[in-house]
Design a protein around this ligand. Structure first.
Ligand code: FES
Length: 79
């Protein structure tokens, strides 16, 4: 499988809203990071859905190498 593009070597910290659905970009090619903009077409990657259970700040993975998609697990520190 192809390697994802490293969008940035740090997470995207964003405010999410309770009961909202978000689509995290897994391929790293989206111009609307950390969200999917359809650029993954033909890459073999698909976006990952995230459903917010509360109003809060979450840290979406920016390097696309997390083992805990779509959230940061610190993997960017070893890139
Ligand atoms: Fe990256 Fe859709 S643009 S997963």
């Amino acid at each position: 499988m192809a390697e994802p593009v490293v969008a940035q070597k740090s997470p995207y910290s964003v405010e999410v809203a309770k009961d909202q659905e978000y689509w995290w970009c897994a391929c790293g090619q989206s111009k609307s990071q950390p969200y999917c903009d359809g650029s993954h077409k033909g890459s073999g990657f698909s976006p990952v859905q995230y459903n917010a259970k509360a109003d809060r700040t979450v840290h979406f993975c920016g390097c696309k190498n997390t083992g805990n998609q779509p959230l940061c697990d610190g993997s960017h520190n070893s890139l």
